[in-house]
Design a protein around this ligand. Sequence first.
Ligand SMILES: *[C@@H]1O[C@H](CO)[C@@H](O)[C@H](O)[C@H]1NC(C)=O
Ligand SMILES: *[C@@H]1O[C@H](CO)[C@@H](O)[C@H](O)[C@H]1NC(C)=O
Ligand SMILES: *[C@@H]1O[C@H](CO)[C@@H](O)[C@H](O)[C@H]1NC(C)=O
Length: 452
Amino acid sequence: MGLGPLWLGNRRRLVVYAGIFILIIGTLHVIRGTHVVTDDILATPYLVGGEVHQEDPCASLGGLEDIFVIVRTGSNEVRQKLPPLLNTTLPCFRQYGIWSDLEEEFAGHHIANALDEIDSSLLEQHSDFEYYRHLQEQGKNTLSSEDAANWADAPNTGFGRDTPAWKLDKWKFLPVAKKAYQQNSTSKWYVFIECDTYVLWSSVLAWLSGIDASRPYYIGRQMNIGDAVFAYGGGGIFISNPAMEKLVERYTAESATYNELTINQWAGDFILSRAMLDVGIEVTPAWPTLEGERPAALDMNSRSTQGHNLGCYNAATYHHMTPDDIYAYYDFDIRWNLAKHGLPRHGDIFRQMVWPQMQDWMPNWDNLSPDVQSENATYAECKEICENQADCLQFSLTARTCKTSRGAKLGKQQLPADQSKERIDSGWVLNRVEAMMKDVEASCNKEGWIMP
Ligand SMILES: *[C@@H]1O[C@H](CO)[C@@H](O)[C@H](O)[C@H]1NC(C)=O
Ligand SMILES: *[C@@H]1O[C@H](CO)[C@@H](O)[C@H](O)[C@H]1NC(C)=O
Ligand SMILES: *[C@@H]1O[C@H](CO)[C@@H](O)[C@H](O)[C@H]1NC(C)=O
């Protein structure tokens, strides 16, 4: 879509943005002066003599003509969350579509309406579509600031997403499958992503090249609702051509059935799995190739996670990535591939992107340590509690509450935005985390990919 004359321009811009970004990241690393990473990919020169390498970031992506990328978004997040996709790999694809709850042009790209072909009596009357009706009638810039605040995007996890934009999202999955298939019915793979999904495309292309796309596949990061397994939307859903054909046929013939199901369900990715089951296709679980979280939220210590050697598996997707994450990971992706290190495993990404940020004291930071050790400790005492337990890797202090963990997670910044939130500080026992990384790396066998 919209790739005619803009195509080359976009790619040139990509290279320049990548260059600028690398400069910024590089500078930050020098300023912060955090501990040195031994095999430092981030030090690989990408800017030589002030000249950006004229490598085409799309050129290394062999096989992308086989893929149709389906971006599912909402008009409330387009401005903030779509640019990182447009500025990185999305324009490399010849076949893709961006679908939202409002048709619009954005930064030279056409965003289509995912919902316009749903039964008009639903669109006109059902309460799920109240916000949709408002958008179509008034446009998105006419919301009062109060409405806008109420309708702002909720965090992308759990059952708690009850915003009007979220209520619309579940309605988009089957219609966009149909629209994408109508746009191109011969693509080998249809890949559903969200704006905050980061896809390591060179890894995905290598992975898919080993899977026979002439067979019906519906692949994703497995999740459960009760006993039912489905492919989690944020981790990327990979559907082969024959599976897509059956899905679209079924939805076209039985749309009333799926509308009924959608009214009574909260998760669109689950509804997709039901339609797949109805045509006899079960989900192929692909965790940890496909991840549902940010690397900063993952625990890389296999001894604290029931022996899953997450760090040893090749990584293909992450979810809940911020715009800054996406630029930073894109930069990493380019450098890693230039350095010809093979395809990155979750452990490589942890070592390169997560570990350099860990410090022995990070104020206003929550590293998600779970185990309460004391209700009356200082930071120094909390650190000592952790150091005195051989398997403790990290700790945090909220007011005087000390928590520790046997896992290794970066976690997230937590600024004391309002008085109700206590300040939280975090720290890691750095030599132990480093030893843990080495242990994981030494214990890897041939985990590689999850294959169907
Ligand atoms: C990314 O793209 C948007 C529009 O597509 C542009 O306005 C913005 O400046 C770009 N940002 C970066 C960091 O390149
Ligand atoms: C569909 O995609 C294939 C590549 O997978 C391409 O060769 C073909 O021209 C596309 N068809 C249309 C109608 O765009
Ligand atoms: C907390 O510890 C300090 C000194 O370590 C002590 O003076 C204080 O009484 C303790 N508070 C409580 C509630 O136990």
